[in-house]
Design a protein around this ligand. Sequence first.
Ligand code: ZN
Length: 138
Amino acid sequence: MKHYRKELWFEIPTRRAFINITPDVDICLKESGIKNGLLLCNAMHITASVFINDDESGLHRDYETWLERLAPHEPVSQYHHNTYEDNADAHMKRQIMGREVVVAVTDGKLDFGTWERIFYGEFDGRRKKRVLVKIIGE
Ligand code: ZN
């Protein structure tokens, strides 16, 4: 069995953003040479997510509104976590949007449904963060 590991680095200039990382993950898959197996992709930070959904800007604005309703950033004093930090909302947003995705690899391709794409969700940006890509298979 072959195995492959790579860290993708991001430094998002805003506090929050959704980035389509499917092209980066595709490059990893090509580099790995693996044709059939499983691909794991996870955020290595507890205030960022990796998830699969539609690459549609209206949906991403809807996510932003929905997440702000569930876990508003302000007032930061409403959270016990915010003693020396102000990112309690980012931890909660990450929890809802998830840590990782697993994608089947079939015939050298990400075995997606029609509209599935992989996103990096940043909830406390403006610093360097990592995403892990691990691929195992033949
Ligand atoms: Zn924190």
